[in-house]
Design a protein around this ligand. Structure first.
Ligand code: IMP
Length: 174
């Protein structure tokens, strides 16, 4: 495990920026007035910041933190809420902003607890999706890129808290 490091660049900075711009336009088109983004810490923080800078008009945001992976590159299947929202979702158009959907367990958990808070609408934006790893059928309305079953880092995504600062997305390999 200790010898894993980012190797092949899967998505360049420019590719990510272009796609995030398109996603921001699409989301804004669907919700031109009221829009409340709920970002999932820590992995989604760069995605969120690029997303909102490509949106005109009013947009508010809030953060949640969950832990799904204890350590390493495999899912424990266990989700814990580490930080809850600061504000109510009642009557808002809410879009969850997540870095990656892997098994889908984290997102299912988040969607369930947020739906119970009575938003006007609830959708999800994920930068990356690994459909081959899915254990539960979870709905994602806005997907940046679909990727194969490889562990990736960069652009907010980490391995043991490292590599979040890479401007691109790279595969982690021995
Ligand atoms: P899921 O519950 O299995 O869908 O896992 C989602 C969470 O696992 C993400 O929010 C990430 O924090 C983490 N994760 C899954 N795959 C990767 C990866 O390839 N790189 C970094 N983190 C990942």
């Amino acid at each position: 495990m200790a010898d894993l490091r980012p190797t092949e660049i899967l998505l360049t900075d420019a590719q990510i920026q272009r796609r995030v711009r398109d996603l921001a336009t699409e989301i804004r088109r669907d919700f031109p007035d009221d829009l409340h983004l709920v970002a999932v810490l820590k992995g989604a923080f760069i995605f969120l910041s690029d997303l909102i800078r490509n949106m005109s008009g009013h947009v508010s945001l809030d953060f949640m933190a969950v832990s799904s992976y204890a350590k390493g590159t495999t899912s424990s299947g266990e989700v814990r809420l580490l930080k809850d929202l600061d504000t109510t979702l009642d009557g808002r158009n809410v879009v969850i902003v997540e870095d990656i959907v892997d098994t889908g367990l984290t997102l299912t958990y988040l969607q369930d607890i947020l739906r119970a808070r009575n938003p006007k609408s609830l959708r999800t934006a994920c930068l990356l999706s690994k459909p081959s790893r899915r254990q539960v059928d979870v709905k994602v309305e806005y997907t940046g890129f679909t990727i194969e079953d490889r562990f990736v880092v960069g652009y907010g995504l980490d391995y043991d808290e490292q590599y979040r600062n890479l401007p691109h997305i790279a595969v982690l390999e021995p």
